[in-house]
Design a protein. Structure first.
Length: 535
């Protein structure tokens, strides 16, 4: 099996050589790239050939201060050095705003196929406030607003954000939208570095992009930061993964496809163009093995930005709608509807109280433009309409059996399913954290899960988390132990535990009687003494 990184470096080298040669022959270099880009089903993705003009400016906007070695090297190597500098410059400018998002809670996490490879291992039996996984996000304002994926935070009871400089914050969940897989967080900080947003519609297939992620250092991550390079492989992809996850037909999928490697933990990170602008939110991969196979997908940043603005202003998504049922244009439709090419969206039916029907659209009309903005595919139409506000008026251009007709439509508001509110905070604390421990009520099922043999009868509270730098951890207390006494007082409930620690202060002694399971599940007893540290 070949080394994908080495192969990618070869591609960059060859491209740089071609760019230099092209300067002497023409104003731009044209690259023909054909073949099947990705396949989900026969109707969802089709083979295509892309002919794209390479942008010479991509390698001429870097710092002019080239080192002496590059200045005396052949022109092909100087071009490669400039490409290298451009990538380094982009990474250095964007990575300070790319954050790690850690979710905690007790809910079993269930992600649709394709998402789990981006978000780390599953924890089907996670206990209270346990780390359920991690993803990435990026700061979009100096006062701490962050864009990430909905599937990253959907199961969180508490959300932590770690900045590249190591600072950690508890994050507020502003809102999330399953129909676009976008979520917005807010951390209590100011003067933060933030990314610059670009225009995904202005990008072309074949352009260089960087996929950036930050799984963070929390909980022993071995990949605290990743930057991978590739190109835009295709636009307008519909993987149906968001539709499956949101379980609604209102999902919008008009994704950017890239061959930049998307690693575990990169989900929610930015896809960046060669100007250093974010053009997408890394979201999913297509794989038959569970490993990266060259097909990564990102949500266009313009759609994510519209969702973010709604969540910040209204706390929910307000989406404009034509209230029509549409389908892609198939080969036979071109002849049936008198089209010049297989582009547009075919009106199949109207939903109740449809403003499009009231304006005069009919079944069989093919929508080809909205306010002069060309509509080539269903996802593009959904994304264009979603960029407007409910009650806005738009011009809808259709082809009606060979004739072009314009209609003025007042947009309605779509029935977007709203997820249940998520406080993004730890549940009520069932312990006194002065000694660095969290506990929950004893129950036999949980006792078995932490290692005690079935049928074991005990009284106390079960330790669900131990601060690794706290006095309890230093004394040897471990997760899954059962605390039966505190300073000689019997503990049979959370109230007993908190009551026994209510009067404890700094420098006081705390003595815990604990029971833990041995390798056979039998109870073993221990007494642990610790001193309460300064607050």
């Amino acid at each position: 099996m070949g080394d994908p990184l080495r192969s990618k470096l070869k591609v960059v080298s060859y491209t740089s050589l071609a760019l230099v040669l092209g300067l002497a022959l023409a104003s731009g270099f044209r690259w023909v790239r054909g073949g099947e880009a990705a396949t989900f089903t026969a109707t969802e993705m089709s083979s295509q050939s892309d002919i794209v003009a390479a942008d010479i400016a991509a390698v001429t906007t870097v710092d002019d201060a080239a080192d002496q070695t590059a200045a005396t090297a052949p022109s092909s190597f100087r071009a490669l050095a400039e490409v290298n500098k451009a990538f380094v410059s982009i990474a250095e400018s964007v990575t300070p705003a790319v954050v790690s998002v850690v979710i905690r809670g007790s809910l079993a996490r269930r992600l649709p196929r394709g998402f789990e490879e981006l978000f780390g291992p599953s924890h089907p039996e996670s206990q209270f406030d346990a780390p359920l996984g991690r993803g990435s996000g990026f700061i979009v304002s100096e006062d701490g607003y962050i864009i990430t994926n909905n599937h990253v935070v959907a199961q969180a009871e508490r959300i932590e954000v770690e900045l590249p400089d190591g600072q950690e914050y508890d994050a507020e969940l502003i809102g999330r939208d399953p129909t676009t897989d976008i979520a917005v967080l807010k951390i209590p900080a100011n003067g933060l570095p933030f990314v610059k947003l670009g225009d995904p519609d202005a990008t072309s297939v074949g352009e260089f992009v960087l996929a950036i992620g930050n799984p963070g250092t929390a909980d022993g991550s071995e990949l605290p930061f990743t930057v991978t390079a590739g190109i835009i492989s295709a636009k307008g992809r519909n993987t149906r993964i968001i539709q499956a996850a949101s379980q609604t037909n209102n999902a919008i999928e008009d994704m950017i496809q890239t061959d930049a490697v998307i690693n575990p933990g990169n989900s929610g990170g930015p896809l960046v163009n060669y100007h250093g602008e974010v053009i997408g939110v890394n979201t999913a991969i297509q794989s038959t093995t569970g490993f990266y196979q060259g097909y990564g997908f990102a949500i266009p940043i313009t759609l994510a930005q519209d969702v973010m603005e709604d969540l910040i202003e209204y706390g929910r998504v307000r989406r404009a709608a034509l209230r029509v049922s549409i389908s892609p244009v198939q080969t036979a439709d071109v002849k049936a509807y008198g089209l010049s090419s297989p582009k547009g969206a075919v009106v199949q039916d109207f939903l109740d109280d449809s403003p499009a029907e009231k304006a005069g659209l009919e079944r069989g009309d093919v929508i080809v433009a909205i306010d002069g903005r060309t509509v080539d595919r269903v996802g593009q139409l959904q994304r264009i309409v979603a960029s407007y506000e409910p009650n806005d008026r738009v011009s809808v251009e259709v082809v009606r059996y060979g004739k072009r007709v314009d209609f003025n439509v007042k947009l309605a508001e779509a029935d977007v399913p709203q997820p249940e509110p998520l406080a993004a905070e730890a549940p009520s604390r069932p312990s006194n954290m002065l000694i660095g421990v969290q506990v929950t009520e004893y129950n036999s099922d949980l006792a078995e899960r932490v290692g005690f043999a079935p049928g074991t009868r005990l009284e106390g509270v079960i330790v669900t988390q131990v601060d690794r730098f706290g006095p309890a951890a230093e004394a040897g207390l471990r997760q899954g132990s059962i605390i039966t006494h505190v300073n000689g007082k019997a503990v049979k409930s959370l109230g007993d535990f908190d009551g026994a620690l209510a009067d404890v202060d700094a420098d006081d002694l705390v003595s815990l009687s604990v029971v833990y399971p041995d390798t056979d599940g039998r109870p073993r007893h221990s007494i642990l003494n610790m001193i309460v540290p300064e607050k």
